[in-house]
Ligand binder design. Structure first.
Ligand SMILES: C[S@@+](CC[C@H](N)C(=O)[O-])C[C@H]1O[C@@H](n2cnc3c(N)ncnc32)[C@H](O)[C@@H]1O
Length: 324
């Protein structure tokens, strides 16, 4: 069965390359509109992602970016906007028709954007499960709405491949559907629904565990939004199954001795009578100033049982800064 689902996936994306399908994947995430960037219409129609993996904060100093599962090429073009050099972005896909469509869209993008040259993107045939890329060579490794399709062993392999090719302290940036209620086996094993990014989703905590098990020392949950609803009216399910799309950065930092740092958008505020509170573990809270804290620090601060430290719940919106 595992080999068969790959061939169904390739068929789904062959169809989506030959005739753009606007309803496939897609979320409420706004498309990056950047000064001087014009996206060709077919590239927009072929936006098959479920969030965004492009974040200007990750993209200083013209990094080398690997993008796995290029689709119509919108995000490889957006990444090129920041790297702006030949081969700065390496784009891989297993579907020949998708590589052709992506190439055509990038040629059209060159016509529409003075700053862009087609050779900024090195487009290659390549499989997420066996990346044709040397160890420790890329600064950013991105995938959008692909890994959720993979069954568990393949997911672990795809994540390990991303870890392998990243330089130390490099970042895996991803967007994928997650689902915190159990997905019924019948739809989970429906290869076409799975290929359409509807039924392969696993719980967020499981996804994070797979990342930290591989060795990523820091995880940032940057955004989480409603994505799709499997309802008994339209799918073979007994109750509503809400699916969310999540944006995560996993950083190839050394693993801390006390376990990974997971940022889920929690903030600590000290409101005691001193100017600051120092936990003597590297965290200083200035009076009534917010400090973004990882879940480990949030738990430790709450564990002190003090009546002058507030710790927020996870907002699942994190954009940097703070402890660790
Ligand atoms: C849901 S689409 C996402 C496309 C693109 N990331 C975007 O955001 O628009 C999944 C993409 O992964 C490609 N793909 C499927 N299986 C793959 C594999 N094993 N390795 C690399 N790419 C794959 C598909 O051809 C398709 O382009």
């Amino acid at each position: 069965m595992t080999q068969h689902y790959h061939s169904v996936t390739r068929d789904v994306y062959k169809e989506a390359a030959l005739a753009p399908q606007e309803g496939l994947c897609c979320t409420t995430t706004p498309i990056w509109q950047l000064p001087g960037l014009t996206l060709p219409p077919r590239m927009l129609e072929m936006n098959y992602g479920c969030g965004s993996t492009v974040n200007p904060r990750d993209l200083v100093n013209s990094p080398t970016i690997l993008y796995v599962g290029v689709g119509g090429g919108m995000e490889v073009l957006q990444f090129s906007y920041f790297s702006r050099r030949a081969g700065g972005v390496i784009g891989l896909d297993v579907v020949d028709e998708m590589l052709v469509a992506c190439d055509e869209n990038l040629v059209e993008a060159e016509r529409k954007n003075d700053w862009f040259r087609r050779d900024f993107v090195d487009l290659r045939k390549g499989d997420a499960l066996n990346l044709p890329i040397d160890n420790d060579t890329v600064d950013i490794a991105a995938q959008n709405c692909l890994f959720n399709i993979f069954h568990d062993d393949d997911l672990k392999r795809a994540l390990s491949e991303m870890y392998r090719v990243l330089k130390p302290r490099g970042k895996l940036v991803l967007s994928d559907p997650v689902c915190d209620v159990p997905m019924p086996e019948n739809v989970r094993n429906d290869e076409r629904l799975r290929a359409m990014c509807l039924t392969g989703a696993i719980p967020l905590a499981d996804y994070v565990k797979r990342l930290t098990d591989i060795g990523f020392g820091t995880i940032e949950v940057r955004a989480k939004r409603p994505y799709r609803l499997l309802s008994p009216r339209h799918f073979d399910v007994d109750s509503l199954i809400p699916i969310e799309s999540v944006e995560i950065a996993a950083i190839k930092d050394p693993m801390p001795a006390d376990g990974p740092c997971l940022f889920t958008g929690r903030t600590a505020i000290y409101y005691g009578s001193d100017d600051l509170f120092d936990d003597r573990k590297g965290h200083t809270l200035a009076q009534n100033q917010p400090l973004a804290v990882c879940d480990k620090t949030a738990k430790a601060l709450l564990g002190l049982g003090r009546d002058d430290i507030y710790v927020s719940d996870s907002t699942y919106f994190y954009d940097g800064g703070g402890c660790c």
